[in-house]
Design a binder for this molecule. Structure first.
Ligand code: MN
Ligand code: MN
Length: 466
């Protein structure tokens, strides 16, 4: 029986308890589709390709090929193959502001250096420079796949994808055996594996005769030349990334969660894409935004700090109005609203001491609202306006979305950021809201299927509310 006080107390409950049988099935089905999405997009370039493939199947047209924009039109725009915008044109003009759900599609990984190939100790190896906040000890002694693009001397681009197809070889970074790790074991986790020790084995078969030089390196260069037409100098104009090999997997006998590489932040990319595809037409133009370089502070022409998004909004205004000034773009951005769609840290029962349990996200309790991120006194954070949080809260409650609220661990324990502040600096209402994840930035991260489903529902409700 309901007590009088029940109306006064907030209860953040489990998604599974609140779903109908039909919705449970829907959540499990969404998990299956999400696994396909994340396996198809292990790098930012491949993720863009998968987004465009799915968008075209939904009837989206390249913005470059469009002469006019009218309500209901579906368009996409790709920036340098590494970031993308999907838009469904609303009844109101774009210049009156848009609704955005923005995620990032780059994930922590290990990039090759520009002069990577060398040999030592009877093997050919690749020098690397890690990308984003990895814990280096997690990336050794495990299978790695190599993806990317190489621009050859004549300008031709060749794609490389090795390690995820059945029968593919993988790449491998060694760690010390425990028998000889006496010195290493005394170091901190952070120092135990040095950045310059993250050298990946690419070959162990020599070429030529005993007296020849660089026999292991030569053998690899020959293989690369046979298969891709590459020479060593071509590494300079390449973007090659080592990522964990292997597909997304269900976790647990009940299959309630998914482990995969790159949940941060492709789980938010997936849920915003699905929400955009399935939303009813709205007054405002609905945009799903997918940016690159978030894991390295959002700098560069494919990042959130690039003018590319503003230019894309400007092109849409121009297609509707016949003309567009810089002020038209600024005003459109100021009249817009963004759900900054990024993963949050879930409570980890193995490490309870880093969490403040009353303000931490939990696996399975739904999409989490993060009013502010930052560190050491909210520094560097977008602290969302109470009014906008209120609006989003009303929308989620009206749509029956199961949500929770959190910040990133205990005060002064650490911290982090998202793309939220960048668009907030464009005078836009912005709120961080996304999927709780365990083991964030590990080669294999974990999310709950219930939270993936609720996050999709939250973004859909947001689009449809405006
Ligand atoms: Mn992220
Ligand atoms: Mn991250």
């Amino acid at each position: 029986m309901e007590k009088k006080n029940d109306k006064l107390t907030v209860k953040y409950g489990l998604v599974w308890d609140k779903l109908s049988k039909k919705e449970r099935d829907e959540a499990m089905k969404t998990g299956e589709d999400y696994k396909k999405f994340i396996d198809a997009g292990k790098t930012e370039r491949l993720c863009v390709r998968e987004l465009v493939r799915r968008a075209e199947a939904e009837g989206f047209k390249n913005l470059d090929s469009v002469k006019k924009l009218k309500p209901g039109d579906k368009v996409y725009s790709v920036n340098r193959g590494k970031s993308a915008v999907l838009a469904v044109i609303g009844k109101e003009p774009v210049k009156a502001g848009v609704s955005i759900v923005g995620s990032h599609i780059d994930s922590p990984r290990i990039d090759l250096k520009q002069n990577p190939l060398y040999e030592e100790g009877g093997m050919a190896l690749l020098k690397t420079h890690y990308y984003g906040g990895i814990r280096k000890y997690q990336w050794v002694a495990r299978p790695l796949a190599l993806y990317g693009v190489v621009i050859l001397a004549d300008g031709k681009a060749v794609e490389i994808a090795i390690g995820d197809e059945p029968g593919d070889p993988v790449f491998y970074i060694t760690d010390l055996l425990p028998h000889l790790a006496a010195d290493q074991s005394k170091k901190t986790l952070n120092e135990g594996i040095a950045g310059e020790a993250l050298n990946a084995i690419i070959g162990t078969l020599p070429e030529g005769k005993e007296e020849d030089k660089d026999r292991f390196k030569q053998a690899i260069l020959q293989l690369l030349n046979d298969k891709y037409g590459m020479v060593e100098e071509d590494f300079v104009s390449a973007e090659l990334e080592l990522v964990p090999a292997g597909a997304a997997r269900d976790v647990g006998l009940d299959r309630g969660s998914i482990a995969a590489y790159g949940h941060d932040d492709r789980v938010c990319a997936y849920t915003s894409m699905k929400a955009l595809f399935e939303s009813k037409p709205a007054a405002k133009t609905a945009i799903a935004l997918f940016v690159d370089k978030e894991e390295v502070s959002s700098q560069g022409n494919t990042s959130m700090n690039s003018r590319n998004f503003a230019n894309t909004v400007g092109r849409m205004i121009e297609l509707q109005e016949g003309t567009c000034t810089g002020f038209d773009i600024d005003r459109a951005l100021a009249l817009s609203a963004l759900l900054s769609s990024d993963v949050a840290a879930a409570f980890d029962p193995n490490y309870p001491s880093v969490s403040e349990t009353r303000n931490n996200a939990y696996l399975g309790k739904g999409v989490t609202i993060v009013k502010y991120t930052g560190s050491r006194g909210k520094s560097g954070s977008n602290d969302a306006n109470a009014e906008f949080v209120g609006e989003v809260r009303r929308v989620l409650n009206a749509a029956g979305v199961v949500w929770q609220t959190s910040e990133l661990g205990k005060v002064d324990q650490g911290g982090g950021g998202t793309i939220a502040y960048i668009l907030a600096n464009c005078d836009m209402d912005v709120l961080d809201i996304g999927v709780p994840v365990l083991a964030m930035h590990a080669p294999f991260e974990l999310v709950s299927k219930a939270d993936v489903y609720m996050t999709y529902k939250a973004y859909k409700a947001f689009y449809e509310s405006r």
